[in-house]
Design a protein around this ligand. Structure first.
Ligand SMILES: Cc1cc2nc3c(=O)[nH]c(=O)nc-3n(C[C@H](O)[C@H](O)[C@H](O)COP(=O)(O)O)c2cc1C
Length: 311
């Protein structure tokens, strides 16, 4: 079974992906956070994130979010100009602003709009498209209405995150509802949602033997070795994990410190990773990292935290 790295806006950007791949690896494909066409343009930050010159990861799949074919076209042009052949379509984003504009999970109650996007998928046959979706926006029956349209479209695979858009991340992922989707979908299926440990990967693999793979999101931010553990068949000792996290962290520091001027910008980029990273770290060590007000204090707190984690 393959293991993929999920798109997470603000986290799994080029710097994180390139360094994660060098230090931890064992990921069969990285997905970019969604690219969008808004107010007549694509943000330059998003363009930089997919430009080949900024990406060293081999299996990188750009993800787009769009409500209409017109919104798709400029994104497809950019992706084509950068030479990618694979594209992932976001039909799962639960940010209220996006859903209100019928983007992401906001598309799911509108089979006519999904059909229009799937028509473009057929038309642009030079690309190989996949879809990442939820069960629905407001109702668990929405995916069932979409199934004939999706089954009739040539898709590389569908990634299912079995929650509703309106639930965001509140309730646990609905694995029984996923089972129904898995039976009805004629494309290869990837599971996504709430996978944090090697045993949880194994349980999903056992229950769904035809699965193409599992996509890891917050679980991979928390334990960047999760895919490595699956491929090796065992968990990493705390000492090895701490040392690899330090290596990844140092490489991110080197890359980001010159780009993000001053304490505030750098710290506000790095601290959110620690909201997820190594949940078993001592509470007081985590707090020291999150409270640090200068880069020097922050780096010292990271070193302290990782050395006690390793013991
Ligand atoms: C901060 C954050 C940003 C996200 N950004 C994206 C995104 O750009 N595209 C997307 O398809 N999903 C996005 N997601 C959803 C994740 O890819 C994933 O589907 C979700 O977190 C469930 O998987 P997990 O439990 O393994 O994290 C985001 C989630 C979070 C928490």
């Amino acid at each position: 079974m393959k293991i993929y790295s999920a798109p997470l806006q603000g986290f799994t950007e080029a710097v994180w992906r390139n360094i994660h791949c060098n230090v931890f690896g064992h990921i069969d494909g990285y997905y970019t956070p969604f690219l969008r066409y808004e107010h007549g343009e694509i943000r330059s930050k998003d363009i930089r994130d997919v430009e080949r010159k900024n990406n060293s990861v081999e299996n990188l799949v750009p993800q787009i979010i769009a409500a209409t074919p017109e919104e798709m076209h400029p994104l497809l042009d950019l992706i084509s100009a950068e030479g990618y052949k694979r594209i992932d379509i976001n039909m799962g984003c639960s940010f209220p602003l996006q859903m209100r504009r019928k983007h992401g999970a906001g598309l799911l109650p509108h089979p006519d709009m999904v059909a229009a996007i799937m028509k473009e998928v057929e038309r642009y046959s030079d690309f190989s498209f996949s879809v990442k979706m939820r069960l629905g926006c407001e109702s668990r029956s929405e995916w069932q209405e979409l199934m004939p349209i999706l089954n009739d479209t040539p898709l590389h695979h569908i990634t299912m995150h079995p929650r509703l858009g309106i639930e965001q991340y509140k309730k646990p992922a609905d694995v029984d509802a996923f089972a129904e989707f898995y039976s009805a979908c004629k494309h290869p299926v990837i599971y996504n949602g709430d996978i944090n440990t090697l045993n949880e990967i194994k349980a999903i693999e056992e229950r769904f033997p035809r699965l193409k793979g599992i996509m890891l999101g917050r679980g991979l931010l928390a334990n960047p070795a999760l895919a490595m553990e699956y491929k090796r068949g065992e968990e990493l000792p705390a000492q090895e994990l701490a040392s690899l996290v330090q290596e990844m962290h140092d490489a991110m520091y080197e890359k980001l410190v010159t780009r993000l001027q001053g304490n505030t910008q750098f710290l506000s980029k790095m601290k959110p990773y620690w909201e997820y990273l190594l949940p078993d770290m001592l509470k007081r060590d985590k707090k020291a990292i999150l409270k640090a007000t200068t880069i020097e204090k922050y780096l010292q707190a990271v070193r302290n935290g990782l050395s006690s984690f390793a013991l």
